[in-house]
Design a protein around this ligand. Sequence first.
Ligand code: NAD
Length: 245
Amino acid sequence: MLKGKTAVVTGGTRGIGLAIVKKYLENGANVAVGGSRQETVDKALASLVEYKDRVMGICPDLCNPEEVTNAFNAVKKKFGNIDILANNAGISSRTSIYEYTAEEFSKVMDINVKAVFVCSQAAAKMMKENGGGVIINTSSMVSKYGQPAGCAYPASKFAVDGLTQSLSRELAKDKIRVNAVAPGVTKTDMVAALPADMVERISSGIPLGRVGEPVDIANAYLYLASDLADYVTGVVLRVDGMASA
Ligand code: NAD
């Protein structure tokens, strides 16, 4: 479904991001795996050795426009262009409002929102020049409901939805589609770090009767990146088994 396309996946070293990387590789794309450290990028690349001619690693500071532009130029140099940007890197937090520091709030907003802006800007410039592209952001079910702790996290995902809808309008004329996927509770390290009783409580209330697997989310990323979604932009696609707050 993605033969001949090139994708950048931020936070592609594990969890949902690594599932997106694998899904895109299985479907014929060239993929640049983004991570925060060379060591974790190398570990991810080692697990993708069967695709070694179509995969590379990058680890820019996602909030630094110059580093991101340099990394994206390296991708363009190796694979010819960037057609798909999956803004997946993100961090969570469950801190109470009474304990929250301004620094922690900024850290969450930086990686979850500012990085989406910086990477989208750098990719959109290339995509515009090349006649189009696709940007897919990672929202969350909490962007619909909020959550009862860690207020920066839901606030950041509300912002991701806002960026998605605004950029879809601004970039449509350049044939760049911008959508988001809003996962529900998904079995990754981020969820493993939550208290078990919390995961249990959330899971038992999900109408489809289970938490999501990373591949459930990756399938949505595949659809939105593919030509099947040619007329789809500005959408925040829930992939959560109809979970609610
Ligand atoms: P994870 O912690 O397993 O992976 C996060 C990824 O982001 C890692 O690859 C990590 O290297 C990268 N990352 C974190 N900080 C970074 C930084 N400063 N610079 C570069 N990369 C950085 O998490 P996950 O569960 O796979 O989450 C992926 C995305 O899905 C996040 O945006 C998260 O908010 C979202 N999400 C996850 C769930 C869930 O239940 N797991 C639910 C809703 C939304």
